[in-house]
Design a protein around this ligand. Structure first.
Ligand SMILES: Cc1cc2nc3c(=O)[nH]c(=O)nc-3n(C[C@H](O)[C@H](O)[C@H](O)COP(=O)(O)OP(=O)(O)OC[C@H]3O[C@@H](n4cnc5c(N)ncnc54)[C@H](O)[C@@H]3O)c2cc1C
Length: 438
């Protein structure tokens, strides 16, 4: 739970400062001309290129960054860095065009890359990452549009950024300013090759390793009409050492659901190389998973995430919405033999009581540990229910204390609502850990 503040702040600082090295390579002895439109164009291009390189490296799911910042923060940073890089690339284009408006092969390759980056970024912002358009209810109802912005299809389109990046490397290496000195060619070429190497390692070599060290589904059951439980057998060595609360990217190799990769949390601690997944059918892919049969081969990439609280260090407040309970299920189950010495409160909100699948895990733990408080909240109870209610300021305020570290896993809407309440209660951001289920 303890964060390493030094490594936590050093990498964003390196990201911001890294373009200074190639800028020095290009401008040494010529800094006086920096404000000329040609030089400004070159400077913007260099910053854009280095940040595109880092964006691609971050897309390679590097475990070190995952451990320091958490998987979702790395992806959010990747998104902001990509947007900043596109902004600088656009400024590079404008300044260069002001200086020289004729197109050459070199500038056309750069423009093609910029258009591709722009197109992918627009699709990502509009439809993928809490997509502005995909959130619109009217649009959500249109099956045709839904198929268009299917996440996996958009993810394939997103991979076109690697092609755009390869064009950028060519664009920069055949630029006359780069070709002027060997050291510029080596530095820019080396950075480009390294970034593409990390990306290809992740996409090709890691994919091949995950394929070789896969596992199988040993049993399938349906604890509720919308949730299914898949038991996995003989997990690969890297998953055996996963910590409760972590997740993996899974591919179920079956004609029934295709080979798409989706993230799911291990909902039980790994015992005897086995673990479970609890999966809610929310869309095309998860609905098809109900047809999966025992024996289906599974490729796993992980474990990822640092949603792994430790007991008995500080008081903890867990807040789950719906299927967002899965990490807490693994965490609380893994504490089975532990006697709590610091309070832990779990607030779990679902639509109906039937949605509280496997709640016995928490009821039993609460019976054994007086310091564990389980607060079930049902928003649409079938009849009169003691759990009827909502997660609101009154409820959170009655369980929250200032020393608590808060772990939150819920839909985007509930996450935003809870975050707003926590801010009102004066909870510092650094004491809130979030897992995004999308
Ligand atoms: C870290 C993490 C852990 C998760 N753990 C669980 C879990 O234990 N149990 C569970 O039921 N669900 C879990 N999810 C959510 C699950 O991954 C999505 O519900 C599922 O991928 C939806 O796919 P779909 O095609 O059926 O639905 P869609 O309607 O296509 O997608 C619904 C939303 O899920 C997300 N999503 C869809 N496809 C992908 C993908 N390939 N990669 C990443 N996100 C995607 C998008 O935000 C999308 O808007 C987890 C998600 C994340 C990010």
């Amino acid at each position: 739970m303890k964060k390493n503040n030094f490594s936590g702040s050093i990498w964003p600082a390196i990201t911001l400062l890294l373009p200074a090295l190639p800028l020095q390579l290009y401008f040494a002895g010529n800094w006086y001309s920096f404000w000329h439109s040609y030089s400004l164009g070159m400077a913007c291009g260099i910053v854009a290129y280095i940040w595109f390189c880092l964006t691609l490296i971050l897309a390679g799911r590097i475990r070190y960054f995952d451990r320091v910042y958490g998987h979702d923060r790395v992806l959010i940073f990747h998104g902001y860095l990509a947007r900043a890089a596109i902004g600088f690339a656009l400024a590079h284009f404008v300044f260069k065009y002001m200086f020289h408006s004729e197109f050459t092969i070199q500038s056309s390759i750069g423009l093609a890359a910029l258009l591709l980056f722009g197109m992918v970024a627009a699709l990502t912002v509009l439809f993928m990452v809490d997509g502005i358009l995909s959130q619109k209810r009217a649009l959500q109802k249109s099956q045709k549009l839904k198929r268009f912005w299917d996440y996996s299809r958009l993810k394939c389109v997103h991979n076109l950024t690697a092609a755009a990046f390869a064009c950028t490397v060519v664009h920069i290496l055949i630029a006359s300013s780069t070709a002027e000195t060997n050291i510029r060619m080596q530095a820019m070429g080396g950075m480009g090759v390294f970034s593409l190497g990390v990306y290809c390692y992740h996409k090709i070599i890691r994919g091949w390793q995950n394929n070789r060290a896969g596992t199988t589904v040993s049993a399938v059951s349906q604890p509720d009409h919308t949730v299914m439980r898949l038991q996995l057998n003989k997990l690969p060595a890297k998953l055996v050492h996963s910590r409760a609360g972590q997740f993996c990217y899974f591919r179920f190799i079956s004609a029934k659901c295709g080979k798409e990769e989706h993230p799911f949390t291990l909902s039980s601690p790994v015992v005897n190389q086995q673990s479970d997944l609890l999966i809610k059918a929310v869309g095309d892919y998860t609905q098809k998973l109900s047809e999966i049969e025992p024996g289906t081969r599974v490729h796993c990439d992980g474990p990822y995430g640092h949603f792994t609280p430790e007991p008995n260090i500080v008081p903890l407040l867990f807040i789950a919405g719906g299927i967002g309970i899965t990490p807490f299920m693994a965490i609380v189950s893994s504490w089975n033999t532990i006697h709590l010495q610091k309070p832990v409160t779990l607030i779990w909100s679902t639509a109906t009581e039937n949605d509280m699948i496997q709640r016995a895990v928490f009821d039993t733990f609460a019976e054994k540990n007086t310091l564990f408080t389980f607060v079930p909240v049902v928003t649409r109870p079938a009849g009169a229910s003691p759990c009827a209610g909502r997660i609101n300021k009154k409820l959170l305020g009655s369980h929250y204390t200032k020393e608590m570290h808060v772990y939150l896993c819920a839909s985007a809407r509930l996450r935003k609502a809870v975050m707003a309440i926590l801010r009102e209660l004066g909870t510092p951001e650094r004491m809130v850990y979030r897992e995004r289920f999308g």
